[in-house]
Design a protein around this ligand. Structure first.
Ligand code: NAP
Length: 261
């Protein structure tokens, strides 16, 4: 019988969705692997535990995606450019950081449309916003960034070559796509919508997934806009994690079905 392999996630607010998707993927491929979400405060101690226990892979959620970088043995060049790590792979005791959020965000958008040439407003300047901005710029979008703390928006925009929009002026498009990559809308943080939808021809992607139907998604739907919920990015970033952990293609249909339960 094969020795079971453990993967999981580290965050302050654990979600059951990662476990649902990854465990479904293991079942679909007949792997005796298990995924456990850990709620932690001490990141350094959790990474020591990863080495000691031989945990194969860990997803990293807020607020650890930036502070984890100097604690790792190596960081993938793409993740280093984004400046955020959301995935750690344990290669025989050496911990490698990756970023699968940018893959998740771009694949979620590309399920609906071609990103190239689109005017995209990214809300936020934290770890997830950095990945989204990086991803859509890579795909040829025209990107603007707005963040509650203006200085962070300016720094990110300068770094990636995007425009800055003042937080107070974010509602005034026209935008082809608005991506909420702030934590606003998240039940534990601030359940209000971070954007007033004033166009019915805008596509609104909210990457927040707790809850899935955020205030922003509801308002955008009511305004007649196309919406993409946070589970699409979650699915595609998890699929990339599965590829990194197991070296196999992800069983996307099984993972998607697990999210719908
Ligand atoms: P983070 O690094 O802590 O950044 C938080 C961002 O949200 C900052 O830009 C912050 O602005 C902004 N913010 C926080 N509260 C706000 C409020 N009440 N109003 C307006 N802006 C607010 O967090 P993160 O890792 O980027 O994660 C952000 C969100 O994305 C979380 O909800 C996370 O769960 C979600 N996420 C989803 C996926 C997915 O696959 N669907 C992947 C990654 C992350 P300031 O700079 O002004 O503080």
């Amino acid at each position: 019988m094969a020795i079971p392999v453990l993967c999981g996630s580290l965050s302050k607010f654990a979600s059951p969705l990662g476990a649902a998707m990854h465990n479904a993927a293991y079942r679909a491929q007949g792997l005796s692997w298990h995924y456990v979400p850990f709620e932690i405060d001490d990141l350094r101690a959790a990474l020591d535990a990863m080495r000691t226990l031989g945990i194969r892979g860990l997803g990293i959620s807020m607020p650890f995606k930036l502070e984890i970088m100097p604690l790792l043995d190596d960081v993938d060049p793409l993740a280093a450019r984004i400046g955020a790590v959301n995935t750690v792979v344990n290669e025989g005791g050496r911990l490698f950081g990756h970023n699968t959020d940018w893959v998740g965000a771009t694949r979620a958008l590309e399920e609906q449309m071609a990103v190239s040439g689109k005017r995209i407003l990214v809300l936020g300047a934290g770890g997830a916003a950095r990945a989204v901005a990086f991803g859509v710029l890579e795909r040829g979008a025209r990107v603007s960034i707005a963040n509650r703390t203006q200085a962070k928006a300016t720094a990110l925009a300068e770094e990636v070559g995007a425009e800055v929009v003042a937080w107070a002026e974010r509602h005034d498009g026209p935008w082809d796509v608005v991506v909420n990559a702030t934590s606003a809308g998240m039940s534990e943080v601030d359940p209000t919508a971070p954007f007033d939808v004033r166009q019915d021809d805008v596509m609104v992607m909210d990457i927040v997934y707790k809850p899935l139907d955020t205030e922003l998604v509801r308002a955008a739907r009511a305004a007649g806009a196309t919406t993409i919920r946070g589970d699409r990015m979650l699915l595609h970033q998890a699929a990339r994690q599965h590829e990194l952990y197991t070296g196999r293609d992800a069983p996307l249909a099984a993972m998607d079905a697990a999210l719908a339960i």
